[in-house]
Ligand binder design. Structure first.
Ligand code: BES
Ligand code: ZN
Ligand code: ZN
Length: 499
């Protein structure tokens, strides 16, 4: 989608369709609606009079007037309009226009939110809205799609809006990239293929990328990660992507930005292993690499937006399958950190691959660790698809993630992290076990990881509910959401800007 901005008058708009957001309580007697009413000889008034349009969210009417088409799209209450609502409005409007012969679209900035912020939100929403989930359908090409988007507003031109469009497309492209990885089925998106995709991206964007195979993992002693891949014919891969600011890494010992590690769970299919899952909805477990995909996407955005930061992205990728060689309930494995783990439930595999990746990140010099993982079903029960869970050892870091999330629309909610939760994963036979009892499952999952971060500031994001949407939304296809790409990228950008 080609995206530009323009301050042209409404009467000069020549695109196939002009999208006009309409908010509750607005009438064709004032503002842009009045101007459009005049241009269309009262057509807008007639729509309002008919009662078809009232500004309520996702109610819309297409008005035709002498070759011009107007999509009047309901945006809900004007009060409390934020980036997330603008993103969704744009996404929904673009989805409405698919297959309607609208190749070029002008989008009127609402004027209710800062123009640059609004522009970025529209770009993100529109690009994410346009993506379809039919990756492998032979005839899924829409008859028409929006190819050109022009943001129109009185003050819509200038460097701030240009930068916002650039940032918005970068974020949306990275998010859609992560979504495509999430949509891919397990037979096609194996750990090896995920590593290939990451390498391809890194090469294209000028990032460093290494992939550790199982021999290297064995040599290093990653017994926890290797325990998960034992049951599968597909070898595990530890993907390591690195971003250095202009000028490269500082010399050893020289001052420079701290090294931030982003660690993402990359289970390309989670059957549960010997502790096998029920068949119902097991097919969805192809998106159990959503955290890893989010890290890959975030690294792509950072490569393009170039913050003064040093970031290492790690994705421990594996399948989790049962077989005669698979890790069994009761097995004890030794992690890279030296801590021993009793594997009580082979379905709690995410923490096993993550703990070795975290230890490895620290051995590579990480000073701050953020991980993102579709870690627990309990998180889906607690927070649904709306917010990810956050927990960790450093309140400032968690606050930064919360605030980045509110601004970019990928919202998180902090869970408590008292010591008593940690006691639930004490093992009689090993240093810790990989599950607690049935209660507080998301927090005990977090506590497991805490054992591997030492004294470092660390935050854990459980994205089990937010990485996938069960139903199609007006603004987005059903399936992988790419949640975490924008959250982690914005977190790094903000942190770098505040130093
Ligand atoms: N990948 C799952 C968590 C999950 C469930 C993600 C539903 C998305 C939707 C994870 O590996 C898992 O199975 N966790 C177990 C942990 C339990 C055994 C402590 C769970 O949540 O049941
Ligand atoms: Zn599992
Ligand atoms: Zn899993």
């Amino acid at each position: 989608m080609k995206i530009t901005s323009s301050a042209k008058k409404l009467s000069d708009i020549t695109e196939d369709v002009l999208v006009v957001p309409v908010f509750e309580g607005e009438t064709p007697r004032e503002g842009a609606l009045a101007a459009l009413d005049q241009l269309t000889g009262g057509a807008v008034t007639r729509v309002f009079d008919s009662g078809e349009l009232d500004g309520k969210r996702d109610r819309w009417v297409m008005v035709r007037d002498a070759g011009r088409r107007l999509l009047l799209y309901g945006g809900g209450a004007a009060d409390g309009l934020d980036t997330l609502r603008v993103q969704r409005l744009a996404g929904a409007a673009i989805r409405t226009l698919t297959d309607r012969g609208a190749r070029s679209v002008a989008f009127l900035l609402s004027g209710k939110v800062d123009d640059a912020v609004c522009a970025q939100s529209i770009v993100e929403g529109a690009m994410m809205g346009q993506m379809s989930c039919g990756l492998h359908r032979s005839n899924d090409k829409p008859k028409s799609e929006v190819e050109e988007l022009v943001l129109v507003g009185e003050r819509a031109v200038g460097p701030a809006v240009d930068r916002a469009i650039e940032a918005g497309s970068t974020m949306a492209e990275a998010t859609n990239f992560a979504r495509r990885l999430g949509f891919e089925p397990g037979n096609l998106m194996t750990p090896t293929e995920l590593a290939r995709k990451a390498q391809e991206m890194a090469e294209r964007e000028g990032l460093g990328c290494e992939v550790l195979g199982e021999d290297e993992m064995k040599r290093l002693g990653m017994g926890a990660l290797l325990a998960v891949s034992r049951g599968s014919q597909e070898p595990a891969q530890l993907i390591v992507i690195s971003y250095e600011p202009d000028g490269g890494a500082p010399d050893a010992g020289a001052p420079g930005p701290e090294l931030i590690a982003l660690v993402g769970k990359g289970i390309t299919f989670d059957s549960g292993g010997i502790s096998i899952k029920p068949a119902d909805k097991m097919e969805d477990m192809k998106y159990d690499m959503g955290g890893g995909a989010a890290v890959i996407g975030a690294m792509q955005s950072l490569a393009r937006l170039k913050p003064k930061a040093r970031v290492i992205g790690l994705i421990p990728a594996s399948e989790n399958l049962p077989s005669g060689r698979a890790v069994k309930p009761g097995d004890v494995v030794r992690s890279l950190s030296g801590k021993t783990i009793e594997v009580v439930n082979t379905d709690a595999e995410g923490r096993l691959v993550l703990c070795d990746a975290i230890t490895y990140a620290i051995s590579r010099g990480a000073q701050v660790v953020v991980d993102a993982a579709t870690l627990t079903g309990a998180c889906v029960v607690a927070l649904g698809e709306v917010r990810a869970a956050a927990m960790g050892t450093d309140q400032r870091l968690i606050d930064e993630l919360i605030s980045a999330g509110e601004k970019c629309g990928e919202r998180v909610w902090q869970l408590p992290f008292d010591d008593e939760y940690g006691e639930m994963i004490c093992s009689e036979i090993a240093d810790i076990k990989n599950v607690g009892n049935r209660t507080a499952g998301s927090i005990t999952g977090g506590w497991f990881l805490k054992h591997f971060v030492g004294d470092l500031p660390w935050a854990h994001l459980d994205i089990a509910g937010t990485a996938w949407t069960e139903h199609e939304k007006p603004y987005m296809a059903r399936g992988a959401t790419g949640f975490g790409v924008r959250l982690m990228a914005n977190f790094v950008l903000n942190r770098a800007a505040s130093k």
